[in-house]
Design a protein around this ligand. Structure first.
Ligand SMILES: Cc1cc2nc3c(=O)[nH]c(=O)nc-3n(C[C@H](O)[C@H](O)[C@H](O)COP(=O)(O)OP(=O)(O)OC[C@H]3O[C@@H](n4cnc5c(N)ncnc54)[C@H](O)[C@@H]3O)c2cc1C
Length: 382
C-alpha cells in the first residue's frame, strides 16, 4: 500500500490549487501528495461547469471569506492566466438596470447598485457608475438605463485553468489517481487509510475538496454527518445566432435585491467567442442530475430580453448545466465558504460549500488552507 503525507480528495480547481500551493511552498523539502479523483480528468464537475467569471467579491456578504478570497483570488487568477497562457477575456463586467425595470417601478434595483458601490468602496475595488451614454459607448446594443462597471473582472477558460493547475502541481511532484472514487476512510495508527473503488492508500493528512460530495467525504472522515450539501442546478443555453452572439461583449448581470440566491441569469461570453445565457436556479435532489426536466429557453429569453430586445427563443440552444454545492443552514441564510480543521490527529481539513465565487477564489483559498496553523506545523515551509 502506498503511503503519502497528504491526500486531497477532488481534482477540481480547489484540489489542484491546493496541491500546487503546498508543493510550491516546499520545493526544498518535498512532501508526497496524492490527489484522488473519481473522473478520468480534472475539472469534470463544478469547476468545468460554470460561467468562468473571475469575480471581484463585491456581490458577497461584507467581511465574509467569500468576499475576501474572491477579491484576492481574482487578482491571483488573472496574473496566473496571463503568465501561463490560460485564455482570458479581459473586458470587465457590467451590472445593469433595464429601462423596463424602472418603468415597472423596480427602482429598488438601483439600491442594489448602491450596495455594490459601497462594497467596492470598502474593499478598494475600482468601479464606474455608468450613465446611459457611458453604457452606450461600451455596449451599444445593451438596453439599460444605468449600471456599474467593474473593470478588473475577466472571464477565464475554466477547463484550461484547472488543467494548467493540475499540470503545474504534477510538475512540482504531485501524483494524481484518476478513475478512483473514495468509498471509505478509516483511522489506522495515526494516519488515514483511504479506500477507493480501486486501491487503498495511507495518508497522514486528508484534505477534502470533493465539491458536491464534500459532505459525504467529511462524514467518512469523522464517522458522523456534520454538513449537508443540497444541490442547486444552474442551466445554460448558448446564443447561437451568428449576428446576435457578438452584440454583447462582456458579462452583463442584472441588478438583484440583496436576498437573491445567485447573481442572476446573465450574458456570459467566453474567451473563445461563444456566448451563453444563464445560470438559473433549479433545486434538484440528485447531485448528478445535470439534465432531467430542463428549463425551457423561454425563461432565459424572458430574463434577458429587456437588455437585448431582439433576443428570441430560436437563437438559443441547450448547452450544459452546473450544480452548486449549497450548504443548508438552519436560518436558510446564504452560507459562507467553510474551511474547517475538523480533526487534528490525524489531520482532516474539510472544504464545504465552495460555490460561487469558488473559481475566482481558488488560488487564494489554496493560500488560506496552506496557512492553517495545523498544516503549517506539520509541514513547515522549507
Ligand atoms: C452554474 C454555476 C456557475 C458558476 N459560476 C462561477 C463563476 O462565474 N465564477 C466563480 O468564481 N465561480 C463560479 N461557480 C462556482 C465554481 O464553479 C465552484 O466554486 C468551483 O468550481 C468549486 O471547485 P471545487 O474544486 O471545490 O469543486 P469541484 O469542481 O466539484 O471538484 C470536486 C471534485 O471532487 C471529485 N470527487 C467528489 N467526490 C469524490 C469521491 N468520492 N472520490 C473521488 N473524487 C471525488 C469530483 O469528481 C470533482 O472533480 C459557479 C458554479 C456553478 C454551479
Amino acid at each position: 500500500m502506498d503511503s503519502y503525507d497528504v491526500s486531497i480528495v477532488g481534482a477540481g480547481v480547489v484540489g489542484c490549487a491546493i496541491a500546487r500551493e503546498l508543493l510550491c511552498r516546499r520545493r526544498a523539502a518535498p512532501i508526497r501528495i496524492l490527489v484522488i479523483e473519481q473522473h478520468e480528468r480534472p475539472g469534470e464537475e463544478t469547476s468545468g461547469r460554470n460561467s468562468g467569471v473571475l469575480h471581484s467579491g463585491i456581490h458577497e456578504p461584507p467581511f465574509s471569506l467569500k468576499e475576501r478570497l474572491a477579491l484576492e483570488g481574482c487578482r491571483l487568477a488573472t496574473a496566473y492566466a496571463l503568465e501561463h497562457d490560460v485564455p482570458l477575456l479581459k473586458a470587465g463586467m457590467i451590472i445593469a438596470v433595464s429601462m423596463e425595470d424602472v418603468r415597472r417601478g423596480l427602482w429598488r434595483d438601483i439600491s442594489m447598485l448602491w450596495r455594490l458601490w459601497f462594497n467596492a468602496w470598502r474593499t478598494k475595488t475600482r468601479v464606474r457608475f455608468m450613465t446611459p451614454s457611458a453604457l452606450r459607448a461600451c455596449e451599444p446594443y445593451l438596453h439599460a438605463c444605468c449600471g456599474i462597471a467593474i473593470p478588473s473582472v475577466s472571464v477565464i477558460d475554466s477547463h484550461a485553468f484547472v488543467e494548467s493547475l493540475k499540470t503545474e502541481s504534477e510538475a512540482a511532484g504531485a501524483e494524481f489517481a484518476f478513475n478512483n472514487r473514495v468509498i471509505g476512510v478509516e483511522e489506522a495508527a495515526g494516519s488515514y487509510l483511504i479506500s477507493t473503488d480501486r486501491q487503498q492508500i495511507q495518508a497522514t493528512c486528508l484534505i477534502n475538496a470533493a465539491g458536491l460530495y464534500a459532505d459525504d467525504i467529511a462524514a467518512l472522515g469523522m464517522s458522523y454527518k456534520k454538513y449537508v450539501i443540497s444541490p442547486l442546478r444552474g442551466e445554460y443555453y448558448e446564443l447561437v445566432t451568428p449576428e446576435k452572439k457578438r452584440l454583447i461583449g462582456r458579462p452583463v448581470y442584472p441588478a438583484l435585491p440583496r436576498q437573491a440566491i445567485g447573481k442572476g441569469i446573465h450574458f456570459s461570453p467566453r474567451p473563445n467567442g461563444q456566448m451563453y445565457l444563464g445560470p438559473n436556479e433549479m433545486p434538484i435532489t440528485d447531485k448528478a442530475d445535470y439534465s432531467s426536466r430542463r428549463t425551457p429557453p423561454g425563461l432565459f429569453v424572458e430574463a434577458l430580453q429587456k437588455f437585448l430586445p431582439s433576443l428570441d427563443e430560436r437563437d438559443l440552444r441547450w448547452a450544459y448545466s452546473g450544480i452548486r454545492p449549497r450548504v443548508v443552514t438552519k436560518s436558510r441564510a446564504k452560507s459562507d465558504f467553510i474551511i474547517s480543521v475538523d480533526r487534528e490527529e490525524p489531520l482532516l481539513i474539510n472544504l464545504i460549500g465552495i460555490e460561487s465565487p469558488g473559481l475566482s477564489a481558488a488560488l487564494a483559498l489554496a493560500w488560506h488552507v496552506c496557512d492553517l496553523p495545523s498544516l503549517r506545523s506539520r509541514f513547515p515551509s522549507a
